[in-house]
Design a protein around this ligand. Structure first.
Ligand code: ARG
Length: 428
């Protein structure tokens, strides 16, 4: 091993990993830190990397591309893992893996490394994304191959080598953060019956303590948000503004027992204020602008894409093609959605679009109704034909492959029923 590119956060684990990789593999270590927002980039991360023994430290601002290339396609698709998790951590991995591979090529490195443990999803995502892009690169996960030091041992290890570390209070949770979401697990959360303590949350206020509700308007073009209350901004700014607003109203908490890729169920808490509001608003605008068949099919695509992203299959052909479908289906998903932020809830209270499929003249119950009521009779005749046929043929048989088989359980004779007769004089 000559040179390794390590995904580096500047925290204790990855700082120790720099030294450990050098000693274990006798290799030069180059670090890569990718800023994906969320306020977790340590500003002196390059200095820390060098102090830990890296020969070179790359620090990349990946926020804009992360939102455009990773978050937005998931908004367009409406992709939430198991219907609730906005995939912040899962989406970040392929982007970081791609940068690891690009730095490895630039540096002529023979391996990349990451700080994941052997129990989570992230190791799988890093490993398979890297090998999809370059199967010749080795992937080293120090935590998985012997660096398993306790926190105290890591601190000793770092001190003995004069590695600069800030000893923060040991977090009782395992946390991953980027601008799309905060993922929190472990500690007391491991009991799925235990309510999350207040200290789990950093981005969202307790909904009980939220200020009076506000209404905001999010503008969409082609299925992605472009403005907030009429102000057009770049994607990162838009997400950050929404983050502050929604978080201040307690919106975006998710408490989820999820199915990990490695086969175990795991209790996760997420905070994703901006993602929650954007997904909800987007869905409302789709309801106005897409046909019912497209809406139904999009749910399938959403679930498939979420699963592939969760499973680390970003660089698969299917992922790419589903993103392509999602983007294409969003041609007409442009317009405004009004959302009320109300004590932890994001409630859609209005939507409008120049491409709306909603037709007031058809929907109205007022006098100017343009819907042809008489035509409903013929429609129902044809639409109900298969059901009438089935009921007539099979309902009458009452037996199926020899087994007794009732079409319905009786209701009227079984239910408490009162019968009132009119006075006999009134009966003609
Ligand atoms: N369960 C989520 C996922 O697999 C988040 C994991 C985040 N990691 C953490 N250390 N909390 O995508």
């Amino acid at each position: 091993m000559k040179k390794v590119v390590l995904a580096y956060s500047g925290g204790l684990d990855t700082s120790v990993a720099v030294a450990w990789l050098r000693e274990q593999y006798d290799a030069e270590v180059v670090t890569l830190t990718v800023d994906l927002g969320g306020g977790v980039l340590k500003e002196d991360v390059d200095r820390r990397a060098i102090s830990a023994g890296a020969s070179r430290a790359y620090v990349v601002d990946g926020r804009d591309r992360f939102v455009r290339d990773f978050c937005w396609p998931h908004v367009q698709a409406g992709a939430l893992y198991q219907g609730v998790y906005p995939l912040a951590t899962a989406m970040a991995r392929p982007m970081i893996a791609q940068l690891l591979v690009e730095v490895a090529h630039k540096e002529n490195a023979d391996a990349v490394a990451h700080g994941c443990t052997g129990k989570g999803n992230d190791q799988v995502r890093f490993d398979i994304a890297t090998h999809a892009l370059d199967p010749s690169l080795a992937v080293i996960a120090p935590m998985r191959v012997g660096m398993g030091l306790s926190r105290e041992q890591e601190i000793e290890y770092a001190k003995a080598r004069n590695i600069e570390i800030t000893i923060t209070k040991d977090s009782i949770y395992s946390i991953d953060v980027n601008l799309w979401g905060r993922s929190i697990e472990a500690g007391i959360l491991e009991d799925p019956w235990t309510a999350p303590r207040a200290d789990v949350y950093r981005w969202t206020v307790d909904p009980d303590k939220a200020p009076a509700p506000v209404e905001i308007v999010i503008g969409f073009e082609g299925g992605v948000p472009v403005s907030l209350d009429g102000d057009r901004t770049d994607p990162v700014t838009l997400v950050e503004h929404l983050h502050d607003l929604a978080g201040a109203h307690g919106v975006g908490r998710v408490d989820h027992v999820e199915d990990r890729l490695v086969g175990i169920k795991s209790r996760e808490i997420y905070e994703a204020p901006a993602a929650t509001v954007i997904h909800r608003a987007h869905r409302a605008l789709e309801g106005l602008t897409l046909s019912k068949d497209t809406l139904r099919f999009n749910r399938i695509v959403a679930d498939e894409l979420a699963q592939l992203t969760y499973d680390g299959l970003w660089f698969s052909a299917l992922h790419r093609d589903l993103r392509g479908y999602a983007a294409s289906s969003q041609r007409v998903v442009s317009g405004d959605v009004r959302v009320r932020l109300d004590h932890g809830n994001a409630i859609v209270t209005g939507r409008r679009s120049p491409l709306s499929l909603y037709d007031k003249a058809l929907a109205t119950y007022e006098a100017d109704d343009a819907f042809d009521h008489a035509a409903a009779v013929g429609f129902i005749e044809i639409f109900g034909l298969p059901l009438r046929t089935e009921a007539a043929r099979h309902g009458a048989v009452g037996r199926h492959h020899g087994a007794a088989w009732t079409w319905t359980e009786p209701l009227l004779d079984e239910l408490p029923t009162k019968v009132y007769d009119a006075p006999s004089a009134a009966v003609k």
